[in-house]
Design a protein around this ligand. Structure first.
Ligand SMILES: C[S@@+](CC[C@H](N)C(=O)[O-])C[C@H]1O[C@@H](n2cnc3c(N)ncnc32)[C@H](O)[C@@H]1O
Length: 305
């Protein structure tokens, strides 16, 4: 897949002069219609990608196979997808390596699944958990479409389980190297994730709001079996580069989600406590979330002394 002459059954992406994109599956004998007339699929099948075709009414189209980053933002979605910029961060910062066994939940539309499958390679394994059957169906179709699996066949390195990760992961007895949580309440899955992760393994959560990020980080601290969590977001800005007009693009995706990672300690081991005192008021009277040093007699007031 993804190289050599274009074949029937593969997806192609046509881009016109105005940047409008059309994705479709090549079928012998079929026609693609646009506001600039039509094109026969047979004109594309058998050619090496990276060429221009002209439709019956004179429209010019650039023809390539869609990249993974293009595919995931144009594929059918059941739930919101992990954006390519964040999938890249997850693969790099959660250190997804060839041969790794990665657990992810929920699978949603399968966007992150595609990046994980690519990163673990043929000797790795991705175990995805999704509690909604209808989303799992969308993910199955998207993953099969991207990797070109035959009808009814799944990617050989992929296993999809329907169920809530908090119950289904312990029931499976799986042990893994990395766990990626993309869901509303990742803290509910923390115990299951901690039990399944090998020592040194990485837990990574993708959360959309600051309140989710705070609750997840504090719950990880309370658990005690992980290193101090890191939390961040990534912002990507395009640039307009033309002669002397070199400036940032006017539009950008301002927010997608935050990422949190922490490493699993060995059984019975605890990471050294943060030596820094919390910022004044961090855990003041308005804070009602989980608190790792609840049992610590040092109060906020004492910390400020
Ligand atoms: C935002 S979507 C995931 C998108 C996916 N990562 C992607 O890139 O396409 C969140 C999904 O998590 C599922 N979910 C939420 N809590 C879950 C749990 N505890 N166990 C399994 N799936 C869960 C939801 O049903 C939903 O499909």
């Amino acid at each position: 897949m993804h190289r050599g002459p274009l074949r029937a059954g593969e997806w192609v992406r046509l881009v016109d002069g105005k940047g409008r994109k059309h994705n479709f599956c090549l079928e012998a004998g079929k026609r693609f219609f646009s506001n600039r007339g039509h094109l026969d699929h047979d004109e594309l099948i058998g050619r090496e990608e990276g060429f221009t075709v002209t439709s019956s009414a004179g429209g010019e189209y650039l023809v390539f196979r869609p990249l993974l980053s293009e595919f995931v933002v144009s594929m059918p979605r059941g739930a919101a997808v992990v954006y390519p910029k964040d999938a890249a961060q997850i693969v790099a910062m959660a250190d997804i390596f060839p041969g790794a066994h990665v657990v992810e939940a929920g699978v949603g539309s399968g966007a992150l699944t595609c990046s994980l499958l690519r990163a673990v390679g043929p000797h790795g394994r991705v175990s995805s958990y999704e509690r909604r059957e209808e989303f799992a169906d969308v993910a199955r179709r998207n993953v099969s479409q991207f990797f070109g699996a035959a009808e009814g066949e799944a990617h050989p390195a992929w296993q999809l389980t329907i169920g809530d990760l908090a119950e289904a992961l312990p029931a499976s007895g799986e042990r893994c190297d990395r766990i990626i949580l993309d869901m509303l309440a990742p803290w509910d899955c923390l115990d299951a994730a901690a039990d399944a992760l090998r020592p040194g393994g990485i837990l990574c959560a993708y959360v959309a709001t600051t309140t989710q990020m705070s609750r997840f980080v504090e719950t990880v601290r309370v658990h005690g079996g992980f290193t101090e969590p890191s939390a961040w977001e990534s912002l990507v800005r395009d640039w307009h580069v033309e002669g002397l007009a070199v400036r940032p693009g006017h539009k950008m995706i301002g927010h997608t989600a935050f990422l949190v990672t922490a490493r699993r300690m060995a059984p019975g081991e605890r990471a050294p406590r943060k030596s820094r005192r919390p910022a004044p008021g961090a855990y003041g009277p308005d804070y009602t979330g989980p608190r790792a040093d609840e049992a610590d007699p040092r109060t906020d007031e004492a910390a400020e002394d």
